[in-house]
Design a protein around this ligand. Sequence first.
Ligand code: MG
Length: 416
Amino acid sequence: MHARTGAESSSEIPGILHLDMDAFFASVEVRDDPGLQGLPVVVGGAGTRGVVAAASYPARTRGIRSAMPMATARRLAPDLVIVPPRIARYREASARVMEILGSVVAEVEQISIDEAFLDVRGARRLFGEPQQIAALLRRTIREELDLPSSVGGSVSRAVAKIASARAKPDGQLIVPAAGTADFLAPLPVSVVSGIGPKAVASLERIGVRTIGQIREIPPSALARALGPRAPEIARLAAGSDRTGLGRRVRDKSVGTERTWDEDLTDADQVRRRITVMADDVARQLRRGELVARTVVLKLRSPDGTTITRSATLDQPTASGERLREHVVALWERESHRLHRIRLAGVRATHLEPEASTPYQHELTARSGQWRDLEAAMDRAVDRFGTTSLSRGSTLQRAPEEAPRVGSPASPDQDRP
Ligand SMILES: [Mg+2]
């Protein structure tokens, strides 16, 4: 019945799907309490330090976004309904969603609690073309869980992810191989995962705002603006990216290192510097959807003496809190050896894709909160800039001082 079109080679079938639950945490809450239907609902902490973890679509139409300080959300919607997170409930729904995906498609790569990539090319004989498989998956999730989801499809995982965001809410969008470049051309460069505010700014400096404009830029200029990722982005813009499932871990480590003009002589000062570095490394891991098994601290004194110490973590992690604990412990053990520090570095090694380590072990009562909070903070940093939100004390800002929310970078972008 679903005959293959013989002329089409397998790499030209838009069979890489990205399925993303719509406003996941908020949708679960509304489903469980139908009285919330149609109301601006957010999931998150109600306190002064609260951050929006997820916003329902009625909340989004009022300008509320995930990662926004709760005080800001309250100002935008005085009738805001704030629901405290129920991580166990979301995990339960997530597990069922992944089961449904696995029952139809063999190749599933879960990338977060509410998202997965699928390669459905092998499922065509049984279930039809990608368009039909996407519809089947969304219908089954709706019937069994009463939750909305969206699907994007393409020959490329990066494009599939962009397409699912455009399909939201409760929609699907399969981009045929030949139409990929045209689909991408009018979109702002910021929709590409991995093009953050810095890359957006450097592209803007060379006159590039849309993905289509990337194709008009000489490779050398693109390389200057984007660094090592330039060829990959150029392929994407040209519609010739064919990266499918099975994310490869390209770098064996991520890290940061700094040399100071004036030596650090105070142990507390060193501790503060390496703490910031550990946070930075954790952020790099989360951006790359990676977790690390080992953290390495490197210290050099002005005479060139270098000490490198590592700690193996009981669980692979992308948590800044965890990395900080370990680098500070390493420093406490070594601080008596080095009285002046010229260079310090923090590096995470033995990396794995985040999805290969079940999310669950980080979602314990204690650490579940860091994962959400840190993820929310990453998004806030991306969206509002580094100064608008930082850990702990500055989260307790008075409402008047809360960051002003301009036009959201990409309103289509869905978060749990
Ligand atoms: Mg989602």
